[in-house]
Ligand binder design. Structure first.
Ligand SMILES: Nc1ncnc2c1ncn2[C@@H]1O[C@H](COP(=O)(O)OP(=O)(O)OP(=O)(O)O)[C@@H](O)[C@H]1O
Length: 635
């Protein structure tokens, strides 16, 4: 095995200096209790301690992932790119290949493509990793940890902070890692490493034994064994631990500083809002992930297409072929002749049957007419939803109606009763019932107008109420509900679909600790957000284009619309509806399309303001949620 020349430790300028560090998560859970340690430049500092004694917390404080409550941390470097950190948990993108992970972290630290490529080769061979094109998810647990370790080397940092890098590795590989660390320290790099394997820690220049929030000993391993007259480091560790328990007279709580303030190392990047280097690294990762998850991308792009097609095919369409029962005492409906109606019903020798004329109008409106011979059976069928309603013509319907028209205001009660068409509709299905009622009303109007016209009377007189609706101010009297809902569906697609991809990606990255590792290497919230927003914007343009194509070209919806009237909402909702994300933007979209209002109109301006405000609020909620609990510098 190659002999590594061990660097004599310089004591002038420490690589890491920690003084009087205090940290607790809860008043009782004191993790660091006045801890001080020094990692000399160009040395390996092995941090030993039982599980849960606070080693990870200490490392987290050194890299600024967690803050001290009191004390002082000084690093000899001022840039995050001079620090390499390997967290205890994996925190790497398992959906990227080994090389893609290297490139991503390399770019984050501003390493050139050529340097990343050559260092990747070296790291893959040194850490005995498989082909760089292998997806990390297909690697064994030990291989994945080695990839995580390799990421700390990719930018050739001055200080390495390694949290249990050799866990789960075979002894030969562990030894080669220690040799690499010794080699690096001989080149002037400094390392602080935690491990549970006490014997391997012997190779460190300095051993720090940590217990109960303090460093019990801080010395060269050989000297440490000599000092305490022990043959192994394990014995030293046990001895010191027992000793400390006896000496602990005062409780840690009583010693804890009364006044605390957040302390963390100062990096230059803490003051940078946006770095193009970091942005490049994050965007590289986002693009690679999106390409890898192409099925998800297809789904994201196909969703607005299918949603709009189905919405246009189903929503707001006028129901057709609704079954209506007919109880016609005047004539069996099968005997009705639907030939052109020419004669005047008021002529004495006419043979017209007005019920047939009326039913003809319903047939033209796509109703399926089912004949009944008794009302009870028909009403039972309405109850069973076999038919949607029942029309009842009396025996002398034609004659009674003719008399009623002739008598006008002098018509008597009996005549009014027999000339009226009795309609019973199932009102449970509100939309269908409304359609039926509307059609019956319109058919009655047309039917009466035709009767009057054929008898040489003014057809307008058929409108019983002296009321006339003129051409609408906006919109058309023939508009259908499908046209009106189209713009709502479009706005929904534009508003909520983008959140799926961005939110999904951020939450996955948070769950896997990747986001935290990114923040630790100095990536700011703004770089993460801007990169995601940029990719999202491209996808969003395609999604909106698809939605508009389906809405306005494929289904030829007029460029106008409205939504369900808010006037019908509950009074509490009515009071706050302006604050609901979709309300003002949809109102503005409708006003632009149907009334041609410009951006200067208050309705449009507020729509835009609401849209932007909600986008920012949603963005902050998602980002805040993802970054909660992660140390990061404010945007
Ligand atoms: N975010 C947190 N919130 C609350 N308590 C925490 C948090 N992180 C760690 N702790 C607690 O702080 C103590 C020290 O944990 P830490 O992970 O630093 O120990 P460790 O020495 O690294 O342990 P191990 O060797 O098992 O990794 C533990 O009691 C742990 O439960």
């Amino acid at each position: 095995m190659e002999e590594i020349e061990i660097n004599p430790i310089t004591i002038s300028k420490p690589a890491i200096l920690i003084q009087n560090a205090y940290k607790r998560y809860t008043p009782k859970n004191i993790v660091l209790n006045g801890l001080s340690l020094t990692v000399p430049d160009g040395s390996i500092y092995g941090l030993l301690g039982p599980s849960g004694c606070g080693k990870t917390t200490l490392l987290n404080c050194i890299i600024g992932r967690t803050e001290l409550d009191a004390g002082n941390i000084e690093l000899k470097v001022k840039r995050r790119s001079d620090v390499g950190y390997m967290p205890q948990s994996l925190c790497i993108h398992t959906q990227l290949t080994i090389e893609e992970n290297f490139f991503m972290y390399g770019y984050l630290f501003g390493v050139s493509t050529e340097d990343i490529a050559s260092r990747s080769k070296d790291l893959i061979s040194f850490l005995e990793l498989p082909n760089g094109n292998r997806l990390v998810t297909t690697l064994s647990g030990g291989q994945q940890r080695r990839v995580s370790l390799a990421l700390t080397f990719i930018h050739n940092p001055e200080i390495l902070i390694l949290d249990e890098p050799t866990v789960g590795l075979d002894p030969i590989l562990s030894q080669s890692i220690w040799e690499r660390l010794l080699q690096l320290s001989s080149q002037g790099k400094s390392v602080i490493i935690t491990t549970h394997y006490i014997e391997e820690a012997k190779q460190s220049h300095i051993i720090g034994v940590m217990r109960n929030g303090n460093i019990l000993a801080n010395e060269d391993p050989t000297k440490l064994m000599e000092k305490y007259n022990c043959n192994t480091l394990e014995d030293v560790f046990l001895l010191l631990s027992r000793k400390q328990e006896i000496e602990m007279k005062t409780t840690a709580e009583a010693q804890y500083p009364k006044k605390t303030k957040s302390v963390k190392p100062l990096f230059e990047e803490n003051q940078t809002l946006f770095s193009i280097t970091k942005f490049k690294g994050v965007t590289y990762k986002n693009v690679k992930l999106l390409k890898r998850e192409y099925l998800f991308l297809i789904l994201v792009l196909a969703l607005p297409l299918t949603q709009n097609i189905f919405a246009n095919l189903t929503l707001g369409k006028k129901p057709k072929n609704l079954p209506l029962g007919v109880l016609n005492e005047e004539i069996p409906i099968n005997n009705c002749s639907y030939t052109t109606y020419n004669g005047c019903v008021l002529n004495e020798n006419q043979t017209l049957t007005l019920s047939c004329l009326y039913l003809n109008y319903l047939r033209e409106n796509f109703y399926t007419l089912i004949e009944y011979e008794d009302g009870d059976t028909a009403l039972r069928d309405v109850n069973k939803k076999k038919i949607r309603g029942l029309l009842h013509f009396s025996k002398n319907y034609t004659q009674s109606l003719a008399e009623r028209i002739t008598m006008g205001l002098n018509a008597n009660d009996a005549n009014i009763a027999t000339s009226s068409l009795d309609v019973s509709v199932d009102l449970k299905d509100f939309y269908i019932a409304t359609c039926i009622k509307y059609d019956i009303y319109r058919c009655t109007q047309k039917f009466l107008q035709q009767i009057m016209e054929n008898c040489g009377m003014n057809p307008e007189a058929a409108l019983s109420v002296p009321l006339a609706f003129k051409e609408p101010v906006f919109g058309s009297s023939e508009g259908n509900f499908a046209n009106q809902t189209a713009i709502c569906i479009l706005c929904l697609c534009c508003f909520f679909l983008p959140a799926m991809l961005t939110g999904g990606l951020l939450f996955i990255e948070k769950e896997e600790g990747i986001l935290e590792r990114l923040i630790v290497v100095g990536v700011s919230g703004s770089e993460i957000l801007i990169s995601l927003a940029m990719i999202q914007m491209l996808i969003h343009i395609v999604q909106t284009g698809e939605s508009m194509f389906v809405t306005y070209i494929l289904f030829d919806n007029p460029l106008k619309g409205m939504s369900w009237p808010l006037e019908g909402a509950h009074h509490i909702l009515k009071a706050v509806n302006w604050a609901i994300p979709m309300t003002l933007p949809v109102e503005a979209a409708q006003a632009i399309s149907s009334k041609s209002f410009s951006i200067t109109h208050p309705l449009i301006t507020t729509g835009f303001i609401s849209c932007i405000a909600w986008s920012v609020i949603f963005g902050l909620i998602v980002t805040g949620n993802c970054l909660t609990g992660i140390a990061f510098d404010p945007l």
